[in-house]
Design a protein around this ligand. Structure first.
Ligand code: NI
Length: 173
């Protein structure tokens, strides 16, 4: 396993609609393992393939927050939303591609998602709480959408300007 570099916004690869995973090869399995390791290392609760420069429809997540609870890593391949609750919830979101910036995003409080597991079998589950927020945030990534796209234009451009500056500083070393 290895830790992958995470792309920082703005990057054209974070704005692309990703292609479906056609077959679950050993490369996809390896990618998913590396993405999980990268996510736990960051640390974060979710990571989508485009964030590591792979424009395919998969993401990983683990929203277990309690330190004493067992981790619950999930790999979602070709995920789609089956249904969403009418009830909404607002959560202060962050993103590993937009470090140190947060913004309140309102999304359905519960979401039923369907995806293919690493074993090739179809899975379906209803997520709520942080799991629902995270699943929708990660699915957005697969359609080239970031949480700042849910914010107002002024806040979005302010964050983007700060990210451009951060990338410039990092490039300088
Ligand atoms: Ni994100």
């Amino acid at each position: 396993m290895s830790i992958l570099p995470i792309l920082i916004h703005p990057d054209p690869r974070l704005k692309k609609r990703c292609a479906p995973v056609e077959n679950i090869s050993s490369e996809i399995g390896q990618l998913a393992e590396n993405m999980l390791e990268t996510m736990y290392d960051a640390p974060g609760v979710g990571l989508a393939a485009p964030q590591v420069g792979i424009l395919k429809r998969l993401f990983v997540m683990d929203c277990v927050k309690e330190d004493d609870a067992d981790p619950r890593p999930i790999v979602l391949i070709n995920p789609e939303i089956v249904s969403t609750s009418a009830e909404m919830s607002t959560y202060e979101e962050g993103c590993l591609s937009i470090p140190e910036h947060y913004g309140e995003v309102t999304r359905p409080a519960r979401v039923v998602m369907r995806w293919t597991g690493l074993d090739g079998k179809p899975q379906e589950e209803e997520f709520d709480g942080l799991w629902a927020t995270c699943a929708q945030h990660e699915l957005d990534h697969l359609d080239g959408k970031l949480f700042i796209d849910h914010l107002g234009a002024i806040k979005r451009s302010m964050i983007t300007r700060k990210m451009v500056k951060l990338k410039r500083e990092r490039a300088r070393g």
